[in-house]
Design a protein around this ligand. Structure first.
Ligand SMILES: Cc1cc2nc3c(=O)[nH]c(=O)nc-3n(C[C@H](O)[C@H](O)[C@H](O)COP(=O)(O)O)c2cc1C
Length: 343
C-alpha cells in the first residue's frame, strides 16, 4: 500500500502492535456483528490496518465460508472475533483454530484457560477484551498475547468502567508487560497519538468505521449516525437487580423507550406476583433479539438496535476506509511532531 504520509514517530511507538498483528498500521477495525463482513474486513486489511470478522450467532460452516471469502479478497492477516456467550461459540472456536489465523480474539465474557490454550496451540496470537481491571489482570495471568482494553463509551455490548479509568488502572501499569490495544471512543488521529504515548500498542475502532462507504450497513443507519450527537449513544438502563440487563450502548430511539417501559411493566408484575422471575427474564432477553439486524441491515432505525459508541459525535462524514485511515495516521504523526516540539 502506498503510504500517504510519513510514520517515523508512529513506527517508534506502535512497533509491538505492528509485530503482533503483522501489519503496517496497528489500527483494528473491531468486530461488529452483521457489519464486519469479508468486504469491510478485507478493505481495512488491504489498506495496511487490521480487522476482525464478527461471528455473531452464525453457524460454524458460515464462519468457514466467511473466512474463505475474506481470503479471496485479501492476502493480509485478519482475526476472527469469538463471542464466548454465543450459542455457536464452541463451533466458532473449532473453525478458528483450524483456519490458520494470525490472531484469534475472545470477547463476551472470560474464555476458559483451556480455550485460550487451544487457540494459542493453533499458532494464533490470542487477544482478549477486558472491560474491568480485574478481568484484565486475570487475562494477563492466563498468558494471553495482548489485551483489548475497552471503555464503556464504546458501541455495542459494554462493560461498567470508563476508558480513562482503565488506562490508569491497566495501561499505565501493564503496558510494558503486554501489548494493550485501546478501544472505545476513538475517532481522531490526535487521540490515537496520545494513547500511543501513554503506552498503547495500537487501537481498536468500531463506530467510526461504520461511517465508511465500504461498510454494508443500511443508509438509514448511517443517516442516524450522521444526525446523532455523542450524548445520544446511551447505555441500556437496568432498573432493578431482579431484572438484570446486559448493557449495550446504542442510539436512543423508539425501541430503547419501549424497552424501558417493558422493564417497568415487568417489575410491577413481579411486585404483584403475576409473573415469575424466569418468564420476566426471558421477556427482557427476547426484546432485542434480531434488533441489530433490523436496524443495521433492514434499515429499521425506529425499533431496531442502533448500536453506536459515543464517538458517533465525532463521525459525521461518510468517507472511504482509506480516507479514514489516512486521516488517523497523518493526524497522529503530525500530533507527535508537535508534541516533540513542545518538549
Ligand atoms: C454496531 C456494533 C456492533 C458490534 N458488535 C460487536 C461484536 O459482535 N463483537 C464484539 O466483540 N464487539 C462488537 N462491537 C464492539 C466493537 O468491536 C469495538 O470494540 C467498539 O465499537 C469500539 O468502540 P467505538 O465504537 O467507540 O469505536 C460492536 C460495536 C458496534 C458499534
Amino acid at each position: 500500500m502506498q503510504k500517504t504520509c510519513k510514520t517515523t514517530l508512529l513506527d517508534k511507538l506502535w512497533k509491538r502492535g505492528q509485530d503482533l498483528l503483522g501489519v503496517q498500521f496497528p489500527i483494528m477495525c473491531g468486530a461488529m456483528t452483521w457489519v464486519s463482513d469479508p468486504n469491510l474486513v478485507s478493505k481495512v486489511c488491504n489498506e495496511g490496518a487490521f480487522a476482525s470478522l464478527a461471528c455473531g450467532n452464525m453457524a460454524g460452516v458460515e464462519l468457514e465460508r466467511q473466512i474463505q471469502s475474506t481470503r479471496n479478497l485479501t492476502d493480509k492477516p485478519f482475526a476472527v472475533n469469538l463471542i464466548t456467550v454465543s450459542p455457536n461459540y464452541k463451533a466458532h472456536l473449532d473453525v478458528a483454530v483450524n483456519a490458520n489465523l494470525r490472531v484469534i480474539i475472545f470477547a463476551g465474557s472470560l474464555p476458559k484457560e483451556q480455550e485460550i490454550d487451544k487457540a494459542k496451540a493453533s499458532g494464533a496470537k490470542v487477544l482478549v477484551f477486558a472491560s474491568t481491571d480485574a478481568l484484565a489482570k486475570r487475562m494477563i495471568n492466563h498468558g494471553v498475547d495482548g489485551l483489548i482494553l475497552e471503555g464503556m463509551e464504546a458501541g455495542g455490548h459494554i462493560g461498567p468502567v470508563a476508558g480513562p479509568i482503565l488506562w490508569q488502572q491497566i495501561l499505565f501499569e501493564y503496558s510494558e508487560t503486554i501489548p494493550i490495544f485501546i478501544a472505545g471512543g476513538i475517532a481522531r488521529g490526535k487521540m490515537m497519538a496520545h494513547l500511543l504515548l501513554m503506552g498503547a500498542a495500537g487501537i481498536q475502532i468500531g463506530t467510526r468505521f461504520i461511517m465508511t462507504s465500504e461498510c454494508v450497513v443500511h443508509d438509514a443507519f448511517k443517516a442516524a449516525f450522521q444526525k446523532a450527537q455523542a450524548r445520544d449513544a446511551v447505555a441500556t438502563p437496568q432498573f432493578d437487580s431482579r431484572l438484570p440487563v446486559i448493557a449495550v450502548r446504542a442510539l436512543k430511539n423508539k425501541g430503547t423507550i419501549e424497552f424501558s417501559k417493558l422493564q417497568l411493566e415487568i417489575l410491577s408484575e413481579l411486585d404483584d406476583g403475576t409473573i415469575d422471575r424466569e418468564t420476566a427474564q426471558r421477556k427482557v432477553e427476547e426484546f432485542w433479539i434480531g434488533g441489530l439486524y433490523r436496524a443495521a441491515i433492514q434499515g429499521n432505525v425506529e425499533s431496531g438496535s442502533l448500536m453506536a459508541g459515543q464517538a458517533v459525535g465525532l463521525a459525521d462524514e461518510i468517507k472511504t476506509v482509506k480516507e479514514v485511515l489516512d486521516e488517523l495516521v497523518c493526524d497522529a504523526e503530525q500530533e507527535l511532531e508537535l508534541t516533540l516540539k513542545k518538549l
